[in-house]
Ligand binder design. Structure first.
Ligand SMILES: Cc1cc2nc3c(=O)[nH]c(=O)nc-3n(C[C@H](O)[C@H](O)[C@H](O)COP(=O)(O)OP(=O)(O)OC[C@H]3O[C@@H](n4cnc5c(N)ncnc54)[C@H](O)[C@@H]3O)c2cc1C
Length: 384
């Protein structure tokens, strides 16, 4: 039976970065992934993920984001590849909306640069939008998007270069700890390790029965379209955006038009609704997107970006959110295992921008037993 310092279950977003960080520190690492790396079954497919700092979800994320931004840059320097695209992000919404209030609060606490635009400025500079009078428009210049699949491949490759062993298409069925070590059983083999990290995304609760009732897995729909006059939505003219209104919980959001020669398939203007949708089992997801779902999303977005109404539909995708009860991440040692088992899950549809810092945090927790990064608000003790 092979023995490792650390085994990482799930080499998706968080797991790939973690394997790299551990291997870089000289640990013997085994990463186990049930599908290919990357893949389209979990939470990381779809070419782009918004990155922003004025965090309406909770101002305590901002110090982690500052570190994440540094680590994204470090990844780019290390690999000589571009993963972060600074397009800026426009927030639109009424001033009483929790999203708008949260953006302003985080920026004020942490001294972040934001620019408020008047209706006239907004309509002049960003004529692609039709924003109701009475809405606030705020621009965050350092925001943009990162590339999920590319990131995962880069971290995976760097982990391998640093000596990690990573197996694809190998599913973990079970793990257990005895007095000497931790045993991990897969559909192919049995392994042992001193420390275990579980970064299993939407499948986390299947491997961690203690958190089973804490995670709600939801099926999210994403759409890519080609609007008329696609050129006015190019990255140089059109930023990432988010609209929070009183008509629905959460927010609508989207990206500039990304061409396939730079970003791969599908080419187009991508958008979605950020709010937990219908609950599902990650092994039995309905991957078909209905005409009704498509039309509903188009109509909602077209209210704010009219060119979307008569656009050509290029692609649809389903993707999974793993929602914690308060929609904040869960990062901690699992109680009852003497600090030998670390879990990171419940990223609740907003975790990707943190990949570059979560890898560092998990490597800290597994190898040092602690981290200097401020994650207290993400620990399990917040739940009764
Ligand atoms: C539609 C959509 C839009 C999003 N937009 C944004 C955004 O704009 N900005 C942002 O920051 N975040 C965004 N997110 C959230 C972000 O993508 C996720 O929070 C992040 O990808 C979660 O990472 P993860 O490692 O937990 O999950 P994953 O990347 O899915 O990785 C988990 C891995 O574990 C593997 N695994 C599970 N069980 C086992 C097992 N038993 N054996 C072996 N392997 C196993 C899985 O196959 C998978 O590869 C979005 C998510 C979705 C779905």
């Amino acid at each position: 039976m092979k023995n490792f310092d650390v085994i990482v279950i799930g080499v998706g977003s968080m797991g790939a970065a973690t394997c790299y960080r551990l291997a870089e520190r000289g640990c013997s690492v085994l990463g186990l992934e049930q599908f290919s790396i990357p893949h389209t079954e979990g939470s990381h497919a779809g070419q782009s993920r918004i990155i922003r700092k004025a965090y309406f979800e909770h101002p305590d994320y901002v110090p982690l984001l500052n570190r994440a931004y540094c680590n994204w840059q470090q990844l780019e320097v290390l690999t000589n590849e571009k993963v972060y695209f600074k397009t800026g992000l426009l927030y639109h919404g009424p001033s009483h909306h929790p999203v708008i209030k949260g953006v302003l609060e985080s920026a004020s606490i942490h001294g972040l640069e934001l620019k408020e635009l008047t209706c006239e400025q907004s309509a002049g500079r960003y004529h692609q939008f039709k924003i109701p009078t009475g809405f606030k428009t705020i621009f965050e210049p350092d925001a943009g998007f990162v590339r999920p699949e590319k990131t995962i491949v880069l971290y995976h490759d760097e982990a391998i270069k640093n000596g990690a062993e990573i197996h694809t298409n190998e599913r973990v069925f079970e793990w257990r700890k005895d007095s000497k070590s931790i045993t991990v059983i897969t559909d192919r083999n049995t392994y042992q390790c001193n420390k275990l990290i579980i970064t299993a995304g939407a499948w986390a609760a299947k491997l961690i029965p203690q958190i089973h009732t804490r995670l709600k897995i939801t099926r999210q729909v994403v759409l890519w379209v080609r609007p008329e006059k696609g050129e006015i939505f190019e990255t140089s003219l059109f930023p990432c955006w988010l609209v929070a209104d009183d008509k629905r919980p959460g927010a609508l959001y989207g990206f500039p038009y990304l061409p396939k020669d730079m970003f791969g398939e599908p080419e187009g203007l991508k958008f979605a609704w950020h709010h937990p949708a219908d609950e599902t089992d990650p092994d039995k997801v309905n991957r078909e997107v209905s005409e009704m779902e498509i039309q509903q999303l188009i109509n909602e977005v077209a209210e704010y970006i009219p060119a979307v109404k008569h656009s050509e539909i290029i692609a649809t995708k389903t993707c999974l959110y793993a929602n914690s009860p308060d929609e904040n991440f869960i990062i901690d040692h699992l109680p009852g295992y003497d600090g030998d088992v670390t879990i990171a899950c419940g990223f609740s549809g907003h975790g990707f921008k943190f990949v570059s810092v979560v890898g560092e945090i998990l490597a800290d927790l597994a190898t040092e037993g602690r981290t200097e990064l401020p994650i207290d608000f993400l620990r399990l003790k917040r739940f009764p």
